[in-house]
Design a protein around this ligand. Structure first.
Ligand code: ADE
Length: 229
């Protein structure tokens, strides 16, 4: 997870304790319980800029160290995302990723490198589990900007993106290379193709989305740990 505002409601709900930090990356925060079934790993506060580490570089780094240390079966990228009114999106909606996940802001027009850049990483088919929990499913995509310039919008339109975030594709790439099952769980804080400015809409809905995550992520983890391991 990227933002502490997203992660702490989940840590509290699951009653997890802080685990010892990594020596090489002491800003990364890990939380767990004695049964070791679930760990929440948060990108942490960037030591250079003093804000929560967001984006694909932090997401990939955290995923790599967390997978090496915890050797999980499943990796879940959880947090907030922008949604699309034109594809049924609304604030507070819970989305479970379906189909391949891409980087919508990477363009390399060279044979082979185009799909390498876009990622196109697999996500687990959790359609039945999502329906059971009352969550929506749909394509997710990631980029390193909160805004959405026309080329990114075109890539997301072509992909059918219903959740636009800043980490999931990077985490999915690390999970795929490590042989872990992957899904993303995203709560919509703002509508990319809506009338409200993204920053204001995101900030006014972040706390509520954190609370929704605090319920939705434990529910999904429960399903993964009881029926899919
Ligand atoms: N997280 C929440 N809203 C987002 C948006 N519009 N773009 C990227 N990441 C987000």
């Amino acid at each position: 997870m990227a933002l502490r505002a997203e992660a702490m409601p989940v840590v509290d709900r699951l009653g997890l304790e802080a685990l010892p930090p990594w020596e090489s990356m002491p800003w990364v925060e890990a939380y767990g319980s004695s049964d070791e079934r679930v760990r929440i790993v948060v990108n942490g506060v960037d030591p250079l800029h003093g804000v929560d580490s967001i984006g694909t570089t932090a997401g990939a780094l955290t995923a790599a160290v967390a997978i090496e240390r915890f050797e999980p079966t499943w990796v879940v990228s959880a947090g907030t995302a922008g949604g699309f009114a034109s594809r049924g999106g609304r604030v507070g909606q819970v989305i479970v990723a379906s189909g391949p996940i891409i980087h919508h802001d990477r363009r390399v027009d060279l044979e082979g490198y185009d799909s390498f850049a876009r990622g196109e990483y697999p996500t687990a088919n959790l359609a039945a589990e999502a329906e059971l929990l009352g969550f929506n499913t749909g394509p997710c995509s990631s980029g390193d900007s909160l805004d959405a310039p026309p080329q990114d919008i075109a890539a997301m339109q072509a992909h059918g993106t219903v959740a636009k975030d800043m980490e999931a594709a990077a985490v999915a790439g690390v999970a795929a290379r490590a042989g872990c099952q992957f899904t993303a769980l995203k709560v919509i804080t703002d509508i990319v193709d809506g009338p409200e400015p993204t920053v204001e809409e995101f900030l006014s809905n972040l706390a509520h989305a954190g609370q929704v995550l605090g319920t939705a992520l434990p529910q999904l983890l429960d399903v993964l740990s009881t029926s899919l391991t």
